[in-house]
Design a protein around this ligand. Structure first.
Ligand SMILES: [Zn+2]
Length: 270
């Protein structure tokens, strides 16, 4: 067992690797994008894979522990990390009750970061989206001479992304949103557990796809009767649906683990 994985609780490494595989199987991640988890006993530490395609993460030796404070590796020899780990460190820093983060370039969500059309809750499985989804626009943050490759490559850019999740309730350090669109890039999803974060990422991707289909269906309509407004879920419907996916997130997780176990591509030695 590597030094990087030695102090993880028994099942966390295996669950983390399964999460990476599920996200690839469901096309939330391809060779890019990443999952992270906060260390349950050391909340100032988080864990990510080394710089590798998520589908190919297979052992504890592939995992790296980072400090929440500055995204530096706990083991200074572990330099082979994702450039965008600041997305994760700054969210863990701002929101103590967040235990898992996913950053994805899922194709279906991209239109909702560039078109000006807001992503809305289309069905009950995505009630956690609420009635608005913020957009992070990195172009407003560039300084003269900055590389403009859209990557969240330092703490300043990561902090600005974390701020998009907002915490309007002053007595709480919880986020108001659990998903943020990223212009010309993808999305970032937060949750209190790996299972729920994976659920939210998969159903956000599906919700975006459904919304696009609904809008295209409307635009193709040639009937003589005027169409009513699009009817997304309202506040109460979204909130009550979010409670449902929260308590039931173990059900799809078990299915998704079986799917990756049968798929042949994925190896989990943890
Ligand atoms: Zn990215």
């Amino acid at each position: 067992m590597s030094a990087t994985g030695a102090s993880l609780p028994d099942d966390l490494g295996r669950k983390f690797i399964s999460g990476c595989h599920i996200l690839h199987y469901h096309r939330v991640l391809d060779a890019y994008g990443h999952l992270s988890v906060r260390h349950p006993m050391q909340p100032d530490i988080f864990i990510m894979a080394r710089q590798i395609a998520p589908a190919l993460v297979s052992a504890l030796e592939d995992l790296v522990q980072y400090r929440v404070s500055d995204a530096s590796p706990v083991d200074p020899s572990m330099t082979d990390g994702y450039v965008e780990r600041y997305i994760h460190s700054e969210i863990f820093k701002k929101f103590p009750d967040v235990y898992a983060v996913i950053h994805s370039h899922a194709e279906s969500v991209i239109p909702y970061g560039i078109s000006g059309v807001p992503l809305q809750t289309c069905f009950h499985m995505a009630g956690f989206l609420g009635t608005s989804t913020p957009v992070y626009d990195i172009s407003t943050l560039y300084n003269a001479g900055d590389k403009q490759d859209m990557l969240v490559r330092d703490t300043r850019l990561g902090e600005a992304l974390a701020d998009c999740f907002t915490n309007s309730k002053s007595e709480s350090r919880s986020a108001d949103h659990v998903v943020v669109m990223m212009r010309g890039h993808g999305m970032t999803v937060i949750a209190p557990s790996i299972e729920e974060c994976v659920l939210r990422a998969i159903y956000t991707q599906q919700n975006a796809s459904i919304q696009t289909t609904a809008l295209m269906t409307r635009s193709a309509y040639r009937g003589s009767t005027p169409l009513p407004e699009v009817r997304y879920l309202n506040d109460a419907e979204a909130a009550d649906s979010a409670v449902m996916t929260h308590w039931s997130s173990g059900r799809p997780w078990k299915l998704w683990v079986r799917e990756i176990e049968q798929a042949g591509l994925y190896i989990n030695k943890a």
